[in-house]
Design a protein around this ligand. Structure first.
Ligand code: SF4
Length: 259
């Protein structure tokens, strides 16, 4: 009997070929969707005993799985141990295409932890979170607005590898990766979490909908106070978000007794 994952995969291919592809005229968008479907279908087929096929272009995850089983040096600091695990991870399709893993960085005892969605091109190349234009804006918010050095906070993302063409992480990618972030939050144990944008808000709090609405309230995650604001890249696209972001940052500063 053919497992349901495989029949669903075949159905996805047929749907793509017969009903979606003919109506998409943007070639790079076509290529993007094709690559996602190919990889996911290939992974399911490769892991299946029914169709042990080899799919061209698909990175086999066997070596990473073998590395992942190797013991981790227990003398490393807790965050470094999680980083080592993440460095070996190929649990979702994003791992095959990363240049560098973007684990997160900052003060391991930070009071403030920012969570974004995932690395962009600059971050993928450097292995550091928030270093592109949006990252420079975040640094300004921290250093000029909050008047603390960036090194004093901790910064991480929902996914640790770059989604192609800077698309949002897909639900299965976020679910695969979020365990690393949860470990980071548990270890850093900040006084506040600041979620940047809808992706972080969706996957950490389970909230759908507009940030405009979400930022009106505060939340709790594992006993930590959570604030929601716009992602700095949204700020780059729309200057009118400047004032609400500053209002959100002031709320955080008041909560922490910084003003
Ligand atoms: S995005 Fe996360 S789950 Fe996916 S391969 Fe990278 S580290 Fe692993």
């Amino acid at each position: 009997m053919i497992p349901s994952e495989i029949t669903e995969s075949i159905e996805a291919w047929l749907l793509w070929q017969q009903q979606i592809q003919p109506f998409l005229f943007n070639e790079s968008f076509q290529a993007e969707i094709r690559s996602v479907i190919t990889e996911e279908t290939g992974r399911i087929f490769q892991e299946s005993e029914v169709f042990p096929l080899s799919v061209p272009g698909l990175t086999k995850n066997a070596p990473a799985a073998k590395n992942a089983a190797e013991p981790i040096d227990e003398s490393l600091p807790p965050l470094e141990r999680v980083r080592v695990k993440a460095e070996k991870c190929s649990a979702c399709r994003l791992g095959a295409k990363r240049t560098k893993l973007v684990f997160g960085e900052g003060n391991p005892d930070a009071d403030i932890m920012f969570v974004g969605e995932g690395p962009g091109e600059d971050e993928d190349l450097s292995g550091r979170p928030f270093v592109g234009k949006a990252g420079q804006l975040l640094t300004k918010i921290i250093e000029n607005g909050m008047k603390i050095p960036r090194e004093q906070v901790y910064i991480a993302n929902i996914v640790k590898c770059r989604p192609p063409a800077n698309r949002d992480p897909m639900p299965d990618e976020a679910q695969c990766c979020i365990g690393f972030l949860k470990e980071q939050i548990r270890i850093v144990n900040p006084k506040v979490l600041i979620l940047l944008g809808k992706v972080a808000t969706r996957y950490l709090l389970g909230l759908e909908g507009a940030i405009t609405r979400a930022r009106e309230s505060t939340y709790e995650y594992e006993g930590i106070k959570v604030f929601v604001t716009y992602h700095p890249s949204a700020l780059l696209r729309n200057e009118s978000y400047k004032r609400p972001v500053w209002e959100d940052i002031k709320k955080v500063m008041k909560y922490l007794g910084m003003m």
